[in-house]
Write a protein that binds this ligand. Structure first.
Ligand SMILES: *Cc1c(COP(=O)(O)O)cnc(C)c1O
Length: 430
């Protein structure tokens, strides 16, 4: 048998790249087998180096909300490139995208562009600390905020998947200022606040977490966090790197009607280019250098190519709000279809769904936090992943991820996904 091009590339890559990949979860360790090397993508499809086509349910972990290689984004990038790739000086496009972000996400009165979600959350915490003059912050178990040192404590998908939630290299000194709480428990927050009175700079969370698989906030939970933070002078940070411009034009904060003090953004905001952003109330953002004393900088921040892609994406979403109704319908058809097939097969698994995000958990427990997410049967998930892949459906290679749907999923493709789901569930349970 001829060895596949993906297998050959992976073996070769391991000589030069740690684990053969540039981001751990790509290595497929949680699901067995070896990663596919992707040659190109278009619309709802990924194509690997061996010429196989896959229907996409991750969409580059979120950014490709309109599907891959969208002509509008492609043309914007090509046009921008004709004027040069980076200037290291201000441009008109940066002002345009900043203004549009503040319009779409009104709690963001001022915004700073960076190059990744990781940079956005690291910077937001620094600013919150500078603003409050306090050191500690609260994060939720199983939530992921990128790979900044102070966040690599119970950090969701990648870390759970690798089985080392606390990474070596993160010092005890750094970790001690990160306070952990379970998601969806206001009582736990009250206890932490009481035990660390006047010492907590910020509370950061994924308002709708996707990095331990998708879970939803209990009714009143986000409102409760808002009340506690206001009362205690704690900066409430919504990490909307995943949910921003996905759940609504204004993200989870618009959908749930709860206003954070700061917001971190990424993924969709770059239209597939490496972009992140953080922003919030004027009086907080005025602390950022050079307006204020908190230093944060970036050689390629706001570069014209990334801004052209991001601005084109955001403009489209802003001018075409019906996109969200379209996405929600696609999300409902797939997640409800999956739940029905499971039910018909007498399989009682939890399906969490919101808008164009969903997760199928191989557990019958409701999944509302990290503890309940961990009751999932990850071995069975690995088998399901492989069974779907064999049928041409590309899922996130970990139980602890949300899937991200795009508008490129037509009715015909949705039926293919559901057909593959049914066959896969039968196969892995026989
Ligand atoms: C992806 C993600 C990040 C990190 O963004 P990168 O661009 O990968 O650094 C941070 N927070 C959340 C909620 C994310 O989903």
């Amino acid at each position: 048998m001829q060895i596949s091009e993906s297998k050959r590339l992976f073996a070769h890559a391991k000589n030069f790249i740690p684990g053969g990949v540039n981001s751990p979860v790509r290595a497929f360790r949680a699901v067995g087998g070896e990663p596919l090397f992707i040659k190109k993508a278009d619309g709802a499809f990924l194509y690997d180096e061996d010429g196989n086509a896959f229907i996409e349910l991750i969409n580059s972990w979120g950014p490709m909300i309109l599907g891959h290689n969208h002509p509008m984004i492609r043309e914007a990038v090509i046009k921008a490139m004709e004027n040069g790739t980076s200037f290291g000086a201000p441009t008109a496009k940066e002002v345009e995208i900043a203004e549009l972000i503040t319009k779409m996400v009104p709690s963001v009165e001022k915004v700073r562009m960076v190059n990744s979600g990781t940079e956005a959350t690291m910077s937001a915490i620094r600013v919150a600390r500078g603003f409050t003059g306090r050191d500690k912050f609260i994060k939720m178990e199983g939530h992921y905020h990128g790979h900044g040192d102070s966040f690599l404590i119970s950090a969701g998908s990648g870390a759970i998947t690798m089985g080392n939630p606390d990474s070596p290299g993160v010092t005890v000194g750094t970790a001690k200022d990160t306070l952990l709480a379970p998601y969806n428990s206001l009582e736990a927050i009250e206890k932490l606040v009481e035990a660390n009175k006047g010492e907590i700079a910020a509370l950061i969370l994924e308002p709708v977490p996707g990095n331990m698989g998708l879970a939803l906030p209990n009714p009143g939970y986000l409102e409760g966090l808002r009340e506690i933070c206001t009362r205690e002078g704690i900066v409430l940070i919504f990490d909307e790197v995943m949910t921003g411009f996905r759940l609504a034009p204004g993200g989870a904060q618009e959908l749930f009607g709860v206003t954070p003090d700061m917001t971190t953004l990424g993924k969709i905001i770059g239209g597939g280019m490496p972009v992140g952003a953080y922003g919030g109330k004027k009086e907080i953002m005025e602390f950022v250098s050079p307006a204020g004393p908190v230093y944060q900088a970036g050689t390629l921040s706001g570069n014209p190519i990334a801004m052209a892609a991001g601005l084109t994406m955001l403009r489209f979403l802003n001018e075409n709000p019906q996109t969200y109704a379209e996405l929600n319908l696609i999300g409902r058809k797939i997640s409800e279809g999956i739940a029905k097939i499971n039910h018909d097969l007498n399989l009682n698994y939890t399906v969490n769904h919101l808008g164009s995000m969903y997760s199928l958990f191989f557990t019958s427990n409701p999944v509302i936090d990290f503890e309940s997410a961990k009751t999932s049967n990850t071995v069975l998930f690995g088998k399901y992943f492989q069974a779907m892949l064999k049928r041409g459906i590309y899922l996130a290679p970990s139980q602890f991820e949300s899937l991200f749907l795009s508008t490129a999923l037509t009715e015909d493709l949705i039926q293919k996904i559901l057909g593959a789901h049914k066959e896969s569930m039968v196969e892995i349970h026989s």
